[in-house]
Design a protein around this ligand. Structure first.
Ligand code: SF4
Length: 306
């Protein structure tokens, strides 16, 4: 069997930074440090940090006053910041700088009294956080049908922003629909879908046509991992989103000669290596890494732990 390993895959700069934030906070302040929600959408990462002394909470009321609390890579709205202040918590902000860029755009358009169309998934941590920065201005859409249904009183002050982890193509279709319906709509100066999302998707699009099946390592909660599996399916290839090698069913591999293996931006490469080990355990494999783009992005840690 031939395994084509997509590159780039796995950890992006925002996820690397978020994980490092937790590790450095533990090193500097001792355990426990608290993390609101999952620091990134990957159970293996969360369990690893839990074992090191991080305590994950869904509710800030569960954090003892005076404790250190991390906000996750997906970001939060201002109400969370206010509440942290009320509870006398020391916040370490692990929000990805590329998500912060979208927060800034939301605040900026809102300050000019624009209506903001946010293209994003309802209930996703990032979307919830972004909406929090301009709750009275944002209308959420995720399809062209949603665009058709929009009711915009003043189309001369209208803008759009997007979640960072959408399908590039699907998002573009929605943006095109917005521009067709509202020609004066303004967008962000630079696309909100981040470099890591775009690169991982482009690699799948480039390689999927030449393989028999696609294995995407990532959790269901991870938007960018889910997108990779959906994009592979567009090429009419059997495509499976797996959290770990143990989820692979042997029958998926019957008659398969070539596999595309990739992973979402929150996935440690050790989980990909486990999949390679499993495939090798079934018989001889040729492993080829295909690099479609070079990534050299790094984000500085917050001052409190740098
Ligand atoms: S996927 Fe993109 S926006 Fe999300 S954490 Fe990674 S770099 Fe940041």
């Amino acid at each position: 069997m031939k395994i084509i390993l997509a590159k780039p895959r796995g950890f992006c700069a925002g996820v690397e930074r978020a994980i490092k934030c937790v590790e450095q906070a533990i090193e500097r302040y001792g355990v426990p440090v608290y993390v609101l929600n999952d620091i990134v959408h990957n159970k293996a990462v969360v369990e690893d940090l839990r074992a090191k002394g991080a305590v994950f909470v869904k509710d800030m009321d569960d954090v003892p006053p005076g404790s250190h609390l991390l906000f996750s890579a997906h970001g939060v709205g201002p109400k969370r910041w206010d509440k942290a202040k009320d509870l006398n918590l020391e916040v370490i902000d692990a929000t990805c700088p590329l998500v912060e860029k979208v927060h800034y755009e939301a605040r900026s358009f809102a300050s000019k009294e624009y209506t903001i169309v946010l293209i994003g998934e309802e209930g996703h941590d990032e979307t919830v956080g972004t909406m929090g920065w301009a709750p009275d201005h944002i209308k959420l859409v995720i399809s062209k049908e949603d665009v058709e249904a929009l009711d915009i009183p003043d189309t001369s002050r209208l803008s759009y922003i997007t979640q960072t982890t959408l399908s590039v193509e699907d998002c573009q279709e929605i943006i095109d629909a917005l521009k067709e319906r509202f020609p004066a709509i303004q967008g962000p100066p630079k696309a909100d879908i981040c470099y890591a999302t775009s690169n991982r998707q482009a690699a799948v699009r480039a390689i999927a046509p030449e393989v028999d099946i696609v294995l995407v390592v990532g959790d269901r909660e991870s938007a960018n991992s889910t997108r990779l599996a959906e994009i592979a399916a567009e090429y009419h290839k059997p495509s499976y989103l797996i959290s770990h090698a143990g989820m692979i069913e042997a029958s998926w591999l019957d008659g398969v000669e070539t596999v595309l293996l990739t992973s979402g931006a929150s996935v440690p490469d050790s989980l990909v290596e486990d999949v390679i080990d499993y495939l090798r355990s079934r018989g001889p494999c040729e492993l080829v890494e295909r690099e479609l783009a070079r990534e050299n992005v790094h984000f500085r840690l917050p001052a409190a732990i740098a």
